[in-house]
Design a protein around this ligand. Structure first.
Ligand code: NAD
Ligand code: TDX
Length: 331
């Protein structure tokens, strides 16, 4: 099977490519990635002999048309993915997340290629703290940020291309991922690399916001399950019952580093900061029999800390610039 992975040099995409190469010897993998600040070709070094990396944008229609025409399946991870960046400059979010997804949809429509669209729980907006309420496939879309609104728009494009043109597509909306190869602008790797450098973690606002953490390997095993057994035209929510407040994440990391659990700083809150995300993944579990493997969050965090300690050359080059950007916003 010829698989085209967009955004395969980014965090979740690179882990998806590694998992695919490891578990599916019959798959021929091509990655299409623009290698933005968030993409890193060295993330694919361990599988370089099995993967073709094409450097280019999903908004480049002739390139996309050619690569899609040579594929049996497109798994679409490529996106501008960071909420904070979308508050400073939404423009690349509109280009990549909306125009890029549109460009891919036109190509899969033309060539009749199976498409899986990777999306986020953030399309549903946020939930109050301390309620049992969770997102389901029936929850109305209500995105808060430029990032999540462009992801919501891209989901709606996929749904319309399924209904109007019979495109063979599935969609998954997943909660917050953690694990190896995550860019150090994101919450967990930012604090882990701060702690490696002896710097205090930085918590936005009071730190009471809740995210529903899932290990990236579990996200990707669910994606394969949906591709192989999911119903075309359907949306599946992916989550692993990992609700944790940001404050608890920071305290656990401080403990792992043998530091005082109160040794962190509160910094300027994110504008429009979503309070809580929580996924009800019962459809995925019941209909497709999927279960997560990483059920102990602390163990998963410990493994992630080890990975960042052992792969300092992978992240060191981006650290100073990333922190300078945050410092300019008081974060
Ligand atoms: P990431 O920012 O780490 O990686 C994105 C990749 O896309 C990078 O390699 C980048 O170079 C590439 N890219 C950006 N613009 C491109 C373009 N125009 N053409 C081709 N490639 C381009 O993001 P991630 O965290 O790995 O997220 C991957 C996908 O998963 C995104 O669609 C995101 O919305 C979704 N998602 C992420 C999470 C999470 O917790 N990180 C949770 C749910 C869903
Ligand atoms: O330094 C920080 N301090 C802090 O308290 C950073 C970078 C973040 N935070 C908070 C903000 C969020 O409540 O931590 C939480 C997680 O922040 P991010 O890692 O930026 O993730 P989030 O905004 O929740 O979005 C992530 O999950 C859903 C991904 O970046 C998205 O791509 C995905 O769709």
């Amino acid at each position: 099977m010829r698989v085209l992975v967009t955004g395969g040099a980014g965090f979740i995409g690179a882990n998806f490519v590694h998992q695919t190469v490891r578990e599916r010897p019959d798959a021929a993998v091509t990655v299409l990635d623009a290698l933005t600040y968030a993409g890193d070709r060295t993330s694919l070094d361990p599988v370089a002999d099995r993967v073709e990396l094409v450097e280019g944008s999903i908004t480049d229609a002739p390139l996309v048309d050619r690569l899609v025409g040579e594929s049996d399946l497109v798994v679409h991870f490529a996106a501008e993915s960071h909420n904070d960046n979308s508050l400073h400059d939404p423009s690349p979010f509109v280009q990549t997340n909306l125009v890029g997804t549109f460009t891919l949809l036109e190509a899969v429509r033309k060539h009749g290629v199976r498409f899986h669209h990777i999306s986020t729980d953030e399309v549903y907006g946020d939930l109050p703290l301390d309620t049992p309420e969770r997102f389901t496939p029936e929850t109305p879309y209500n995105p808060s940020s430029p990032y999540s609104s462009t992801k919501a728009g891209s989901d709606l494009l996929v749904r319309a291309w399924v209904r109007s043109f019979g495109v063979q597509a599935t969609i998954s909306n997943c909660s917050n991922n953690y694990g190896p190869y995550q860019h150090i602008e994101k919450f967990i790797p930012r604090q882990v690399t701060n702690l490696i450098d002896g710097v205090r973690p930085r918590l936005y606002g009071a730190g009471l916001n809740v995210r529903d953490w899932i290990h990236v390997e579990d996200h990707n095993s669910a994606v394969w399950r949906i591709i192989e057994q999911g119903q075309v035209g359907e949306t599946y929510l992916i989550g692993a019952d990992g609700e944790t407040s940001n404050l608890d994440v920071v305290r656990t990391l401080l403990e792992i580093f043998g530091r005082d659990p109160d040794d962190f700083d509160h910094v300027t809150d994110r504008a429009g900061h979503d309070l809580r995300y929580a996924i009800d993944a019962s459809r995925l579990r019941a209909e497709l029999g999927w279960t997560p493997r990483y059920t102990d969050f602390r163990e998963g965090l410990e493994a992630t800390v080890r990975w960042y300690r052992e792969h300092e050359p992978w992240w060191r080059g981006a650290k100073a610039l990333t922190e300078a950007r945050y410092a300019a916003s008081g974060q």
